[in-house]
Design a protein around this ligand. Structure first.
Ligand code: HEM
Length: 410
């Protein structure tokens, strides 16, 4: 049996370093059927981009589970969480996806996001001051983690003092969002459901307030009528807020942590960025390419078709390996080298096609401000010696559980 046939993306080796296993697949069997994962794994840049644009690969993975559960007579309690997840555009195909995406677009207007830069910088400065004052060392928990949830809470118009709770809700959502359905353990389901109910109750109050007095917040934008008169139902507005919180939280936390780790492991590139902070926007793209927060996107085949000589049959599961595409030597020179001046840099960390990340502008802003803030505020930043890095065992996410660092307190 060749190494590729035994590929296990959840093994401790692949969890610590997915790039070696994915490179082997990309070279020897770029459209590989994994018995271990019961899925096709697509690893070449061109095939990955084509797969993301292919309407025969469906994102609708919650709907079928929900239908099956209803057919089996599951009660409303058991399906409540799935109903929330099922109204997230990321697990919908057209035409429903098209409708939801159009109604969400107003909330992500470019000017709205650009206008936030100063507030984001203030928040980052606050977290960094608290980090330095506390003497704590974990950059994930104390710096990368708090920012995204606070930003989403701010975007939704929630008062500052309530913002920490958003992080907790997001964690609870994360417990089920990708393992939803049959495989989700009962207690995880209960915890997530409790979190979502609390969150919905909270957001409903915000929604009622905004209906009376619309403002500049995202909920006001989500309920504003669009040209053709269509609008989101209340349940859709609340579900969408939950989705934004979830989609914008883990990804941005992980991309900041992974990015800082990549810089700390490459002192030459770190020094280059410190010497030329204007390079930050280009550097952020490279950090996303080099070790982005999403390794794999999942789809299933709705119409049998051929890819690179392999027949992908209706019903088959497909893993689109963004992490492999972003290191493809056919597309990037010296792909395993971090080069913060790399330009152009057509990485696929934000996906492509109809589901391409709607929050990309916000994510880029957060990463720019966060990475720059960390480098400016934490002089002599370095990894704490002797710590073994731990990555969460996940096929989809590239997620450090901790990033212990030292710095020269100023
Ligand atoms: C560095 C941070 C981020 C990365 C790398 C990232 C990456 C991605 C990727 C790869 C997809 C495509 C999913 C697919 O095709 O199945 C996606 C979709 C999405 N992202 Fe992001 N994301 C980030 C941050 C954010 C933020 C901050 C938000 C919002 C606050 C957000 C909201 C969304 C939403 C709503 C979708 C679904 C879009 C659709 O289905 O049409 N993301 N993201």
């Amino acid at each position: 049996m060749s190494a590729t046939h035994a590929v296990d993306l959840l093994s401790p080796e692949a969890t610590a370093d997915p790039y070696t296993a994915l490179a082997e697949l990309r070279e020897s069997d770029p459209v590989h059927y994994s018995d271990r994962h019961k899925a096709w794994i697509i690893t070449r840049y061109d095939d990955v981009v084509s797969a993301m644009m292919d309407s025969r690969l469906s994102s609708a993975r919650v709907g079928p589970v929900l239908e099956r559960m209803r057919a089996e007579g599951a009660d409303a309690h058991a399906t409540e969480m799935l109903e929330v997840l099922n109204s997230w555009m990321v697990v919908q195909d057209p035409p429903e996806h098209t409708r939801l995406r159009k109604l969400a677009a107003g909330a992500f207007k470019s000017q709205r996001i650009s206008a936030m830069e100063e507030q984001v910088a203030e928040m980052v400065a606050g977290y960094l001051d608290a980090f330095v004052a506390s003497g704590k060392t974990d950059l994930v928990q104390h710096v990368a983690y708090p920012l995204p949830a606070s930003i989403i809470a701010m975007l939704l118009g929630a008062p500052v003092e309530d913002r920490d709770t958003f992080g907790e809700w997001s964690d609870e959502l994360a417990l089920v969002a990708f393992g939803a359905g049959g495989s989700a353990r009962e207690d995880r389901h209960e915890r997530a459901l409790k979190g979502v109910r609390e969150m919905f109750a909270y957001l409903r109050t915000l929604l009622e307030r905004v209906r009376e007095t619309p403002g500049e917040d995202m909920i006001s934008a989500l309920i504003a009528p669009v040209e053709d008169g269509d609008s989101l139902t209340d349940h859709e507005v609340l579900s969408m807020c939950a989705m934004l919180l979830f989609a914008g939280h883990e990804t941005t936390t992980n991309s900041t942590a992974n990015g800082i780790l990549a810089l700390l492991r490459d002192p030459e590139q770190l020094a280059l960025l410190r010497d030329d902070p204007d390079q930050i926007a280009v550097a952020v793209e490279e950090l996303l390419r080099f070790d982005g927060p999403i390794k794999v996107l999942q789809r299933h085949v709705t119409e049998t078709h051929e890819v690179a000589g392999h027949e992908l049959a209706q019903g088959d599961r497909v893993f689109i390996a963004l992490a492999a595409a972003n290191r493809d030597p056919e597309k990037f020179d010296e792909p395993d080298r971090l080069d913060i001046t790399r330009y152009p840099n057509k990485h696929v960390a934000f996906g492509r096609g109809i589901h391409a990340c709607i929050g990309a502008q916000l994510a880029r802003l957060e990463m720019r401000v966060n990475v720059q803030g960390i480098l400016e505020r934490l002089d002599g930043l370095r990894l704490e010696e002797g710590t073994e890095l731990q990555w969460a065992p996940s096929i989809a996410s590239r997620s450090l559980t901790r990033l212990p660092v030292l710095h020269d307190a100023v």
